[in-house]
Design a protein around this ligand. Structure first.
Ligand code: FAD
Length: 401
């Protein structure tokens, strides 16, 4: 009987295990995760779970009995090494588990802030359920909250913190890595209208306090009072196991079109994987999204079950902040032209991004139909050109077959 071991029981690892059963995989499926409890989803941690609207039950990807029903062995523990020659993983309790296929689904870890004072009490980050629990507690007593980093997690935290906070972003715009300048500008306005202070183009030099953080010193010398500082400066792929095992690693664990690493028995999926993205012209890409984690989990299960199909899913993403639901379809890289459609003043609009005259990404704010149309357009090839879209007044729906 063949055994699949999945290392990491988050969004992608759970999906790989569940999809193996959906595909009728008859062998043993072992899901090893170092977090307690059943696998859970992270998006609510910076949204409904942070505000208390959702509880732990709503986080769970499936109830506990699902795993027994599907004959998925859930092992709580940390994988500490891979013995490639012996086709086994080593666990932190000293035991080992043999595999025929190993799926690395180890996710990412938060980037640390390399400044003095980062270790003070009251300086927290958000990745796990425990992190969210601590932040909820801290929010109840904190007076001055500073969010360091204006990416998705920092902004969602600000939007759901239930009080005005100061957001410090070193780049000259919010969401600089992931959104168009138009969207960055809109979200900066939105957060300011909600009472937050947005400081752009300035970094953090140090955190000060005796035992506990009392202020955040900026690189321009200003000091902001803070009894809670939330560090949200991005993540690093969790590649330590792969590196130690001698697998190819470059901004993530390098995999081929079928998500195989440089060892044919070992796959990598989700936040930790660097894959040739068909939708980005097969450029090496690492994505941090639920869509990517789920679709790669499904794909790896299909490959292991014998369907040698390449991974070619369309990247899409969403975020909820202060009444604005932003949905992104496609990959926004090196856009050379953008068009805004809809009603920005009413908070319902889309930004269409083009490269070399071809549509590459659509960011929609409170316009789910535009997002759905964009996803359908991107899935049907060839992609519409600027000229074609202009002829229809940039009505995406008019081009959906
Ligand atoms: P994870 O879900 O992080 O799972 C990896 C698991 O592996 C973790 O449990 C980790 O502890 C475990 N692990 C690591 N190393 C080992 C080891 N050696 N042994 C055993 N276990 C190990 N995406 C969206 O698309 N939309 C959103 O709105 C959104 N909101 C988010 C909000 C927050 C607060 C966060 C943190 C993320 C959010 N994301 C969102 C991103 C999304 O949750 C991730 O992209 C997704 O969880 C990635 O899945 P994964 O399986 O690769 O990693």
């Amino acid at each position: 009987q063949s055994t699949v071991v999945v290392a990491g029981a988050g969004q992608s690892g759970f999906q790989a295990a569940a999809s193996l059963r959906d595909k009728g995989f008859p062998g043993r499926v072992v899901l090893v995760g170092d977090e307690s409890g059943v696998p859970y989803q992270r998006p609510p941690l910076s949204k409904a779970y942070l505000t208390g609207v959702a509880g732990p039950e709503q986080l769970r990807l499936r109830p506990e009995d699902f795993f027994a029903e599907k004959d998925i062995e859930l092992v709580c523990g940390r994988v500490t090494g891979i013995d490639r020659a012996g086709s086994a993983v080593l666990l932190d309790d000293g035991s080992s588990l043999g595999y025929d296929h190993l799926v690395l689904a180890t996710g990412a870890r938060n980037r640390e802030l390399p400044v003095p004072g980062a270790e003070l009490a009251g300086v927290l980050a958000l990745r796990t359920r425990e992190d969210a629990d601590r932040l909820r507690e801290e929010l109840e007593r904190a007076k001055d909250v500073v969010v360091i980093g204006g990416g998705f997690i920092g902004l969602e935290f600000a939007a759901h913190a239930g009080r005005p906070v100061t957001i410090v972003e070193a780049q000259d715009r919010l969401l600089a890595r992931v959104a168009s300048p138009e969207i960055s500008g809109y979200f900066a306005e939105l957060h300011e209208k909600s009472g937050h202070t947005v400081l752009l183009g300035v970094g953090v030099a140090a955190l000060h306090g005796t035992g506990r953080v009392e202020s955040v010193e900026l690189t321009d010398g200003r000091r902001l009072p803070a009894d809670l500082a939330v560090v949200a400066v991005g993540v690093l792929p969790e590649t330590s196991l792969a590196e130690a095992a001698g697998l190819e690693v470059a901004n993530g664990i390098v995999v081929d079109a079928r998500l195989r690493t440089s060892d044919e028995k070992i796959f990598a999926i989700g936040d930790c994987a660097n894959f040739p993205c068909v939708q980005a012209g097969t450029a090496a890409t690492r994505l941090e999204s639920v869509q990517n984690a789920v679709d790669q989990g499904r794909c790896v299960a299909a490959v292991i079950a014998g369907e040698e199909l390449p991974y070619d899913s369309l990247p899409w993403f969403w975020t909820d902040q202060s009444g604005a639901k932003l949905q992104i379809a496609g990959i926004l890289a090196d856009a050379d032209r953008t068009v805004l459609t809809g009603d920005r003043a009413a908070g319902k609009f889309s930004v269409l991004s083009f490269r070399d005259g071809v549509l590459i990404a659509v960011e929609s704010v409170n316009q789910p139909p535009a997002h759905i149309a964009a996803r359908r357009l991107f899935t049907a090839r060839p992609r519409p050109s600027y000229v074609e879209l202009e002829a229809s007044g940039f009505d995406l729906k008019a081009h959906v077959k």
